[in-house]
Design a binder for this molecule. Structure first.
Ligand code: AKG
Length: 261
């Protein structure tokens, strides 16, 4: 017999959780589950820094795989440049870009894309960190921007944290990500803390708690770019392909230009 209990509304978005309608819920659990339902709640995203869009690209997954075929995906991931076949997916009215546009509006544009392809033979883990750099066309000295590095032959620079806080990152899952296939781990709410010094990371994780972002092929996770995150190596002989795209709705100051995709 299915036990039905009174549905509680999420304290943030005032909607009930469709996943838990037979469980006894506390408001805290509901808030957690809130990001697992398809309904997007801007207020919950602003607080948690993440939202799971189930099946957002399921219908386009074969076309997407075809667009990505042949692209290198070495250990640690490869930046994707000059791939016009991806643009319809990434535009703000495309199946990927429209997820970013929920937060940034129609001005959202893809500013960096990376393809990760973890397999038993191409495996790695990443300790807790924030993504702190953006990819630009050329080096220019601009106040607040630095230090500079070169990755994948393109200049990268650490911008002011406030700029990163206004960006979002979309992760498109091409394979299932159960608990043992290297889900992204996040510390919900950590994106609100600006740039977090290395020495404070442990303490922030303790305070924010952690969440494993499980997914099925065709799902999309949306994150605040500044969120503290980590990922383990894949444990089983499974493949874990993720297309990760950073979005911004801004032009850069001082003549700096986004590299783009
Ligand atoms: O996909 C992953 O495993 C981790 C990606 C990541 O942490 C990053 O790009 O900073």
């Amino acid at each position: 017999m299915v036990r039905r209990t009174k549905l509680l509304n999420c304290e943030i978005c005032d909607k009930y959780c469709v996943l838990c309608n037979s469980a006894v819920l506390t408001p805290a659990v509901l808030t957690d589950h809130c990001w697992a339902v398809n309904e997007f709640c801007a207020a919950a995203f602003a607080r948690n820094g993440a939202h799971h869009f189930r099946g957002a690209v399921t219908l386009q997954i074969e076309e997407l795989e075809a667009a990505l075929i042949g692209l290198p995906a070495p250990r640690g991931g490869a930046r994707i440049f000059g791939t016009p076949q991806l643009r319809p997916f990434l535009a703000s009215d495309g199946c990927i870009g429209s997820v970013a546009a929920k937060v940034l509006g129609v001005q959202a544009r893809p500013v960096r894309a990376i393809l990760f392809d973890k397999t038993g033979a191409n495996n790695w883990s990443l300790a807790w960190h924030q993504d702190r750099t953006i990819c630009v066309r050329e080096w220019r000295e601009v106040e607040g921007f630095g230090p500079w590095t070169t990755k994948g032959q393109a200049p990268h620079v650490a911008p002011p944290a406030a700029l990163l806080a206004r960006m979002v990152t979309v992760r498109v899952h091409l394979d299932d990500v159960p608990e043992d296939n290297a889900p992204l781990l996040i510390a919900p709410g950590s994106h609100l803390l600006g740039r977090i010094p290395e020495s404070e990371i442990e303490d922030v994780i303790e305070r924010c708690g952690t969440q494993a972002c499980l997914a099925e092929a065709g799902d999309v996770w949306l994150y605040s770019t500044l969120i503290l995150h980590a990922s383990k190596a894949a444990l089983r002989g499974m493949r874990r392909r993720v297309l990760q795209v950073d979005y911004s709705a801004e032009t850069l100051p001082g003549g700096l230009e986004w590299y783009g995709v």
